[in-house]
Ligand binder design. Structure first.
Ligand code: IVH
Length: 719
């Protein structure tokens, strides 16, 4: 690969990770200017090498690819999307960023609008006549849906004469949507006719717009509101308020709920007012949008990652919906734990149909006490899993309380209760506890040390138990779950072994053990004969298995599925023991010395490697693997951050936050997101906030940007 191509791929990765940091973590690690420069460079390279561009390039982002059924149309200017805020802090940060970008000089006015839940379109008027209507598409290229747009009554085919003369060219941007009452009527009609009903008004609007037959679109109750401007020739505007009042004078529909705010506090008030009015607003909204009013300031602020810096969507919190409980089942996970799950009468929460809701554990089941036939309040935020907030007991003939099953619903083996416990060393003379331990092992050790016949050990069960299937590998759910975990991305990462293929190979007994996966190539001919397994797919499968055979130690440890050993623990174990053999031979004492590992986890690890089935299985597996460098720091140094608990805050440079974090983790540090008395030091970058204050209050050592390199080079003498 030549250097330019390498650079191109590198830039793509940088942009992707920065989009993530900026929008999801709200912790950008590079400046907006640096970001813009990267994007510019990406575009330049793509201009020179169009054959390198794939749909995954950040330049090709934003929305779906236009379908080939409609003619495509390239937008005059890109149609952007909005960044999201979920609380007042996010909004204040948005405002602070704007002030900072504008040099803190300006008093900012914001134009506030409801965030319509519909489909964005661009309408082009030439000398006042509607010439074209285009979907947003991927933001750059949309579909020409002019004939469909023309069927929408609220879209004027020609602008109304007013004191404002028409521009030669005007691109009005806005939202096509369906009113709540129209949506209900539409679905009712569809139901009566036995047709498919729409999940939400947005889907209905978007689907209706993309009908190849305009007559179908015309039969759908679509409406339109303008919420922005694209290209404009022959007319000058100064701010959004003026744009929308002019639009109104031309007969373009503008939302009545729009309002100008003169401070960010007013914006927050607007959010609460609209939220309170939401039920009575005749169309679906999922939040509000704040936009810098003055166009000159918008221009100065520009955009980042396909969204303007001058606008933000403030989303409403999760919706709560009432439904009915139809059943309560127990599902078996890969560790054998039975999880209670409520089967619900399907309801739509925030645009998604929900028919199952996990109740997590027996504690939660007892707390909520849901029974078949009871009502339930379900909450769901964004893509978060649905949560049962409340149970409304059925008034008459309420069903009996749910009993923990005595048999596993999957394999019929007996279920067993597992308790979290503590072990008390008691004085047998007065029955008083002398000392408390979190494992039997430690208590026993203490007893041995004391060499006293006056002491004994009592197990004290702590909280409500969880239920487990005792079937082990004989339970199909446990067995399949174990392999699903083994091949998953964060574990062995065998992407050719998707669930369907995996289960088929398990059912046909090609896979009985981890090692069998790596011997599949010996059965190539047989596999090719299986249904849905052509020559090509078997070849791909074997290739992806071969690739995964060279694996990093921490991934291998994680993939075994040892109870309580998650990704971080696996990483810590790999860093300390450096080989599978050393880990297998580790004593309880060795294990609890590892960062983050307490007696409970140590016991699970010991238990795992004491089991003869596991020992043979791992031994056979190891013959097929080549285990990669277990610790990226090995080359030059040992575990120099071992034993240190370190927190990070603010914008860290010149290294990115992730780079610093990985360096610390691989050096044995425990990296936390919050500060406590146990924190050894806080690495504080630019714009550090409350964590810095807390660290100061607790007297935690603070390391600033100027000290970072010294600290990384020699942490121990530095602290
Ligand atoms: S302005 C400059 N205003 O939200 C950003 N968008 O994530 C362009 N939307 O594609 C959009 N109500 O479909 C804007 N009052 C509003 C909106 C709105 C809904 C949608 C629109 C856009 C998406 C952005």
């Amino acid at each position: 690969m030549n250097n330019l191509k390498k650079r191109y791929i590198y830039i793509q990765e940088q942009i992707r990770s920065n989009d993530y940091e900026y929008y999801i973590l709200d912790r950008p690690s590079i400046s907006d200017h640096q970001y813009d420069e990267l994007f510019k460079e990406l575009k330049q390279i793509e201009l020179a090498h169009p054959d390198w561009v794939t749909s995954e390039s950040p330049s090709q982002r934003v929305g779906i690819k236009p379908s080939t059924d409609f003619a495509t149309f390239k937008h005059f200017k890109q149609m952007l999307s909005l960044a999201n805020a979920f609380n007042a802090d996010d909004i204040e940060n948005f405002h602070d960023r704007i002030l900072k970008n504008l040099g803190n000089k300006e008093q900012i006015e914001y134009f506030c609008e409801p965030k319509m839940d519909g489909a964005a379109v661009s309408l082009i008027y030439e000398r006042g006549i509607l010439a074209r209507g285009v979907t947003r598409g991927d933001g750059t290229i949309g579909e020409d849906i002019t004939s469909n747009i023309r069927t929408i009554r609220s879209v004027p085919l020609s602008l109304k004469e007013s004191q404002n003369s028409f521009p030669d060219l005007l691109e009005v941007r806005g939202e096509i949507f369906i009113q709540k009452s129209d949506f209900n009527a539409l679905n009712l009609r569809a139901k009566e006719k036995g047709e498919k009903v729409f999940a939400n008004p947005r889907n209905a609007a978007a689907g209706s717009l993309r009908q190849l037959d305009p007559a179908v679109t015309s039969s759908r109750p679509l409406a339109f509101f303008a919420h922005g401007i694209g290209a404009c020739q022959g007319h000058e505007f100064t701010d959004l308020e003026q744009i929308f009042s002019t639009f109104s004078s031309w007969g373009l529909p503008v939302n009545n709920y729009n309002k100008l705010a003169t401070s960010i506090d007013e914006c927050l008030h607007y959010f609460h007012d609209i939220e309170a009015a939401r039920e009575n607003i005749p169309f679906e909204i999922d939040g509000v949008v704040f936009k810098v009013n003055k166009l000159s300031l918008q221009k100065q602020l520009g955009e980042i990652a396909r969204s303007p810096r001058w606008a933000i969507a403030h989303k409403f919190p999760a919706e709560e919906v009432h439904t009915e409980i139809e059943a309560i089942d127990f599902q078996v996970g890969r560790t054998g734990i039975l999880t209670p799950v409520a089967k619900l009468k399907t309801i739509n929460v925030g645009g998604v149909n929900v028919s199952n809701c996990t109740l997590h554990n027996l504690d939660e089941l007892n707390r909520l006490d849901p029974r078949v036939g009871d009502g339930a309040v379900i909450k769901r935020a964004g893509d978060v899993i649905p949560k049962m907030v409340k149970v409304i007991p059925k008034k008459r003939n309420r069903a009996a309380a749910v009993q923990a099953p005595k048999k596993c619903p999957s394999c019929g083996s007996k279920t067993i209760f597992n308790f979290q416990a503590e072990w008390l060393v008691m004085n047998i003379n007065n029955s008083k506890p002398v000392k408390k331990f979190s494992s039997n092992y430690e208590a026993q050790k203490y007893l041995d040390d004391q060499q006293s016949s006056q002491l004994n050990i009592v197990e004290n069960r702590l909280n409500t138990p969880f239920l487990k299937c005792s079937g082990g590998n004989n339970c199909p759910e446990i067995f399949q779950g174990k392999f699903t975990h083994f091949v998953s991305r964060k574990a062995m990462d065998i992407d050719g072994l998707g669930q369907e293929i995996l289960y088929t190979l398990i059912n046909k007994k090609y896979i009985n053990d981890f090692a069998d996966i790596f011997s599949l190539k010996e059965h190539r001919a047989e596999l090719e004969k299986l249904e849905r397994f052509g020559q090509k797919s078997v070849e791909n499968l074997i290739q992806s298995i071969d690739q995964s055979a060279s694996v990093e130690l921490h991934k291998l440890i994680f993939s075994l599925g040892i109870e309580e050993v998650g990704e971080t623990t696996a990483r810590n174990l790999a860093n300390v023991f450096k080989s599978m053999e050393a880990l297998q031979n580790a004593t309880f004492q060795d294990l609890i010395e590892v960062s983050d590992i307490g007696p409970r986890v140590a016991t699970k690890i010991i238990d795992y490697f004491c089991n003869i089935e596991n020992i043979t299985s791992v031994k056979k597996l190891l013959r097929h693997l080549s285990i990669g460098n277990p610790n990226i720091n090995d080359v030059n140094e040992e575990m120099k951050f071992l034993g240190l608990q370190i927190a990070l805050t603010g914008k860290i440079s010149p290294m990115s936050r992730d780079e610093v974090k990985n360096l610390l983790l691989s050096g044995g540090a425990k990296v936390t997101s919050s500060i406590s008395k146990k924190t050894d030091c806080l690495i504080a970058g630019e714009n550090a906030g409350s964590k810095l204050e807390k660290a100061k209050a607790l007297g935690v050592r603070i390391i600033d940007a100027t000290e970072l390199t010294d600290f990384i080079n020699d942490p121990k003498t530095f602290l």
